[in-house]
Design a protein around this ligand. Structure first.
Ligand SMILES: [Ca+2]
Ligand SMILES: [Ca+2]
Length: 113
């Protein structure tokens, strides 16, 4: 069994930084949004952004959010793991250690037998 994870929307409920986070999204350790390089998307409280990201996976796949920092390591905003059997569609809540809160809309399509 395998699956396709489709990410459709990201919402910032509460940023990690005082005002705006510079958000990056990785799947299985590789940046996929807002591009495949080192770009970021600025998000503050109650900002929502639609996305259209598909990822084929076997077994499990991990989505991680980061907040870019000019100095030092990026802030880790948390991660969420999906399996073919995860409830779909759904909204994953990604809460960071320093109080950040994001919501990620997704759906999962099961592939093969
Ligand atoms: Ca930060
Ligand atoms: Ca930042």
């Amino acid at each position: 069994m395998a699956g396709v994870l489709h990410l459709t929307r990201l919402r910032c409920v509460k940023p990690d930084d005082s005002d705006v986070d510079e958000v990056k999204l990785q799947i299985d350790g590789k940046q996929v949004w807002p591009n495949e390089d080192d770009g970021y998307f600025s998000m503050g409280t109650d900002n929502e952004v639609p996305m259209d990201i598909g990822k084929f996976f076997r077994g499990r796949t991990v989505v991680a959010l980061y907040d870019d920092e000019n100095v030092g390591a990026d802030s880790r905003l948390g991660e969420v793991e999906f399996e073919e059997t995860s409830r779909t569609p759904g909204v994953a809540r990604i809460y960071g250690n320093s109080g950040s809160k994001y919501e990620l809309w997704y759906e999962i399509f099961r592939v093969g037998g």
